[in-house]
Design a protein. Sequence first.
Length: 209
Amino acid sequence: MPARIDAVTRTHLDRAVASLADEFKGVFSVETVARFVEESIERLGEVRVSEFLPVLAHRFARERLRALGQAEGSIAKEVPEVLFVCVQNAGRSQMAAALLNHRARGRVHVRTAGSAPAEHIHPEAIAALAEIGIDLEQEFPKPLTDEVVRAADAVITMGCGDACSIYPGKRYQDWEVGDPAGQELPRVRAIRDEIDVRVQALLAELGAA
């Protein structure tokens, strides 16, 4: 648990719980929602204690709750679910998710996670995608959790080894692409373009091209 949460932040977190409890009414109890918000705060770590904590905790808990509902069958899947996993969830997996969202235009739903998430998205990744009109500024690294793996139809790992749990009946791929962290922009552009080619192939495989 983060060391200090002031009264104002706690008020915003309570509002996040109330909002999610209303959104998932009939699927999860208020107690379950509150537990997921508290766990999400803890999983995001002390580096997230800031004015943005309620927003990030709300977004992270919402994705986890939706994934849990899908995994348990209480929330229907409208489109295929794809999970990208790398170590820091700050470069390759974020670029892949953004490119897939851009290409799919709602025909798939994308999540990302990291086995050891960083504090921020790598600026190199942000810059390379901004060149082609894709904004990564609002994204943030997220820890890998069991429910997002269970909910995924396709799990794409990118240099994270055995960190991701293996479940039967899922499509697993390991993409061997370079790490953009600390690279010069021309190299990051090449990584971006290689990921984009793979993303388009994945869309075709999922029948969403």
